[in-house]
Write a protein that binds this ligand. Structure first.
Ligand code: SF4
Length: 437
């Protein structure tokens, strides 16, 4: 049997696409094996969110070619759009798949290998389920449901609209049908991913409609939203979280800054007052909400005072996680040529201040879970029967005395201790789908 392996960089959207490719390869009788083991095909699914990310993807692609003269090497993803043609040509890939052909990646590879795609029922059966195939490559216990791609906001630091093109949403019914497939394969958590999910639209249906419909599917364990651009649906979506345990009480908002001037120059579509009003409301709607944010420090023109506005915003709200990035120039975006570029050491110093704050706030959020009942999805179980998983609010949790049959299951766990950001607890007999208390 032929094999394929994947090296996937960047966001969950990329990982969702890789999962889809793996399932399509499986239908053609090509099994997925872990990256790093010998395989006939290697797909390098790249990221170009920063120039550093792009360089790293291409460096690894080049080194794979040097080490591996026999495998069919396939390059896909955002770096294909951002890197120069000359750079791509020098990598020695067998196939470079541009964005407009990304939906046909598997067919292109099969055509390149001279293999006809096989889709008979017997071969589908022998290829196994998508879950088994994915499990060969990585022990992922969540299904990723891609519902949207592309963005038209053109924030001044972001290359994504250039790499992924205009917004496109999958049909509402198609999203529900794929979710039913994942449920049928035994996945208890489905993560909804997209490039800019706030732009999801199919006729009159928007993201809140889709999330509500997903939570109502028969047999669904729970739905998680990966990330939401602020400005439109935060309140509606948090209201759904308040109304049903089937939507994880977790919201990750790429707010980027808490200063009006910086937000304006970033080309963002909200200001600090909007953020504060919105955060006040959603925290009131779901007091136990896991609240994440992306932040960029040292954006061109950011003064010390502007940075203090961001820091104050973070201090004022119960964030449970922060992804902090010192501003990184992305060639091809307007911000590269903005005046008043902030020196790199200052960007990094500001980032380290927020990272220190993140640790404090995350641990405070974890401490508030003591004595509560939480619902981790179990990812691994060690030989000593200690299970590890992630709660609905997206905190790590270890549980004593669980069997391997718990992997992939949502358990009901009483939190008895907290160390740092990690919860420790004991399993309760009854099963729940969300935290209580
Ligand atoms: S909304 Fe997000 S994906 Fe779209 S341009 Fe802005 S940062 Fe990039």
């Amino acid at each position: 049997m032929r094999t394929v392996s994947f090296k996937t960089f960047g966001c969950r959207l990329n990982r969702a696409e890789t999962d889809r490719y793996a399932a399509e390869f499986a239908l053609a009788g090509i099994a997925t094996v872990p990256f790093g083991t010998a395989s006939d095909i290697v797909v390098i699914h790249t990221c170009a969110v920063t120039a550093t990310a792009e360089r790293e993807c291409l460096r690894i692609a080049g080194s794979l070619r040097r080490k591996n003269s026999r495998a069919c090497l396939v390059l896909s993803g955002c770096a294909v759009e951002s890197a120069s043609r000359e750079r791509l040509a020098n990598l020695g890939m067998n196939l470079v798949v541009p964005r407009e052909q990304s939906d046909h990646l598997v067919s292109l590879v099969l055509a390149h290998l001279g293999t006809e795609r096989e889709t008979s029922h017997s071969e589908q059966a022998s290829a196994g389920t998508g879950r088994e195939t994915a499990a060969l490559a990585s022990p992922r216990q969540r299904a990723l449901l891609k519902v949207q791609d592309g963005c038209s906001n053109y924030c001044t630091y972001c290359f994504v609209p250039l790499a992924r093109g205009k917004p496109q949403s999958r049909p509402f019914q198609e999203c529900l049908a794929e979710a039913k497939e994942w449920i049928g394969k035994g996945f208890e958590e489905i993560v909804v991913v997209g490039c800019n999910l706030a732009l999801y639209e199919d006729g009159a249906k928007r993201l809140p409609d889709l999330l509500a419909a997903l939570t109502e599917l028969d047999g669904v364990g729970r739905i998680r939203l990966s990330s939401l651009e602020p400005g439109r649906f935060e309140r509606e979506i948090t209201a759904i979280m308040a109304a049903t345990p089937k939507l994880c009480p977790f919201l990750h908002l790429p707010i980027q800054s808490g200063d009006d001037d910086v937000l304006h120059r970033m080309g963002r579509f909200y200001n600090a007052s909007y953020l504060r009003e919105m955060l006040d409301e959603i925290v009131q709607l779901v007091p136990t909400l896991g609240l994440g944010a992306d932040l960029i420090t040292g954006f061109p023109g950011e003064t010390e005072e502007m940075f203090r506005h961001t820091k104050q915003l973070v201090e004022d709200y119960p964030f449970s996680n922060l992804h902090v990035f010192p501003y990184s120039e992305r060639p091809g975006t307007p911000a590269v040529s903005f005046p008043d570029q902030v020196p790199l050491p200052v960007r990094k110093q500001r980032a380290s201040e927020l990272i220190a704050l993140r640790e404090t706030k995350r641990e405070a959020f974890a401490t508030r879970q003591l004595d509560r009942v939480v619902a981790p999805l179990i990812e691994t179980v060690a030989d000593n029967r200690t299970g590890h998983g992630w709660t609905a609010e997206y905190l790590p949790c270890s549980i004593s005395d669980v069997g391997r049959d718990s992997i992939g299951k949502i358990l009901s766990v009483r939190v008895t201790a907290v160390s740092g950001e990690e919860l420790h607890g004991t399993r309760l007999q009854e099963r729940i789908a969300r935290t209580v208390g």
